[in-house]
Design a protein around this ligand. Structure first.
Ligand code: UDX
Length: 436
């Protein structure tokens, strides 16, 4: 199939490159000329495992191209994927400005019938609107059909997830369009769920909101466990063995961040408001998360009410491992809070440091490895569970730090691993270990 993908953000780029990899002829369109130039050189603008290799391979193979021209990109295409951003608007709802712009550009440029496939996460009903908006401006005689095809990719493993996902969801009110898009996806060899347009839109929001709910739930259990002397790891393991519950997404920590869970849960609440339906469960999920993001900082402050003159090592800044994404990262709030209390911060992240410098206070010093971050520090805080941080020997903290005090916001180590070391270890939902 000849496919155009509009938007080369994280979703669009992974979509375009993987569709090329399974044999389609793909042109990715982005209005950002500089980005297009970089991509045409085979360089990925985002850090995503395996992506650069696939970009280069498919550019070399001639089935992938990047352009900033809608004219060039849409020419002769059968299918057009919409993968532009839908950021959170000021009122919590999804901001559809980029969708509207892309629709108008498609309508102005299109010369033949196409199927539009929406990858962007959009409120229920938006796909029908997209179809109408394009049709209203389209030259006479050209037909478009629309399919909703939400993505379930985790940042950091988006390429892997594309080839190994649990399901592909496609929704449309046109049986022919559904058939065509099922065929496009057949080489992925994954179960395909076919629905109507609105149900597909809802599946995306409901899935993300449910996963966010699991995280806030376990964080609440963690906070309670801590107070009654239970260990949340063991609780989650015990709960997770019940197949109806499942162990995934029951890791307690500094709360969820990133570009999807906070935004999509808020957007779902907004969708409810539009039809006069309140969603108190999801509102609590957000409230619990907002509080949870600050908990590790509050633990530090409880122990050291005045942090002035204290050297604090911050290990990990990205919202989660294997990404350089800082969107809604708990590190933003936590570093701010510690600076407010007078701490001196020295931070390390294996890949997110450049992005972190753009969003965090310029009072933070950035260093190139864990050793430099913890050198002479009074305490260290883990905010992202990078492998390099998990594999750093606990015995080394004592060697480098003034005093080996570790506040772990991601429960990187089990209590057994920490027991018997010299590290005073504070974590989430578990007893303090080696308390001085
Ligand atoms: C998520 C969804 O998983 C994906 O299906 C959707 O398309 C986009 O949103 P992503 O945001 O990339 O993906 O990361 P994910 O691995 O799901 O983690 C989201 C956040 O939840 C992170 O901040 C992570 O640290 C946190 N999390 C996750 C927990 O705190 N505990 C867990 O058990 C799992």
């Amino acid at each position: 199939m000849k496919i155009a993908v509009i938007g080369t953000g994280y979703v669009g780029l992974v979509t375009g490159v993987t569709l090329a990899e399974i044999g389609h002829q793909v042109t990715c369109i982005d209005v950002d000329k500089e980005k297009v130039e970089t991509l045409n050189k085979g360089i990925s603008p985002i850090y995503e495992e395996g992506l650069t290799e696939l970009i280069q391979k498919n550019l070399d193979g001639g089935n992938l191209a990047f352009t900033s021209s809608y004219q060039q990109g849409l020419q002769g295409k059968d299918i057009v994927y919409l993968a532009v951003g839908t950021p959170q608007g000021e009122d919590g709802s999804a901001d559809l400005t980029y969708i509207h712009k892309a629709c108008d550009s498609i309508a102005e440029t299109l010369q033949n019938d196409v199927i539009i496939v929406t990858k962007s996460t959009v409120p229920v009903g938006t796909n029908s609107y997209i179809k109408k908006r394009i049709e209203d401006k389209l030259a006479a005689g050209i037909k478009v059909e629309i399919v909703s095809n939400p993505e379930f990719l985790r940042q950091g493993s988006a390429v892997y997830d594309t080839f190994n996902g649990d399901r592909i969801v496609i929704g449309s009110d046109s049986p022919e369009a559904l058939r065509a898009i099922a065929e496009v996806n057949a080489p992925f060899n994954l179960p395909i769920v076919q629905t109507d347009l609105k149900s597909a839109e809802m599946i995306k929001y409901a899935s993300n909101a449910f996963l966010a709910t699991k995280i806030s739930f376990i964080n609440e259990i963690a906070n309670l466990s801590e107070r009654v002397g239970a260990n949340v790891d063991l609780v989650a393991d015990g709960m997770g063995m019940d197949k109806r519950i499942g162990r995934a997404f029951l890791n307690a920590g500094a709360g969820f961040g990133g570009s999807c869970f906070p935004k999509d849960t808020n957007a779902l609440i907004s969708i409810g408001k539009e039809v006069d339906y309140t969603m108190p469960l999801l509102e609590s999920v957000i409230n619990v998360n907002n509080k949870q993001r600050g908990i590790i900082a509050e633990k530090v402050i409880e122990q050291y009410p005045d942090l002035s003159g204290k050297q604090v090592a911050v290990l990990g800044l990205a919202f989660k491992p294997n990404t350089d994404d800082m969107r809604d990262a708990p590190s933003i709030h936590i570093t701010e809070r510690l600076l407010e209390k007078g701490a001196t911060l020295r931070a390390y992240d294996p890949v997110a440091m450049d992005n972190a410098k753009k969003v965090l206070s310029n009072k933070i010093e950035y260093v190139k490895d864990i050793e430099s971050a913890i050198a002479d520090a009074d305490l260290a805080i883990i905010l992202t569970e990078w492998d390099v941080i998990k594999e750093f020997p606990l015995s080394a903290y004592k060697k480098y730090m003034k005093k080996a005090v570790l506040f772990d916001g991601r429960n990187c180590f089990t209590i057994d691993q920490v027991a018997g070391t010299d590290v005073e270890y504070h974590s989430i939902g578990r007893p303090v270990e080696n308390d001085a």
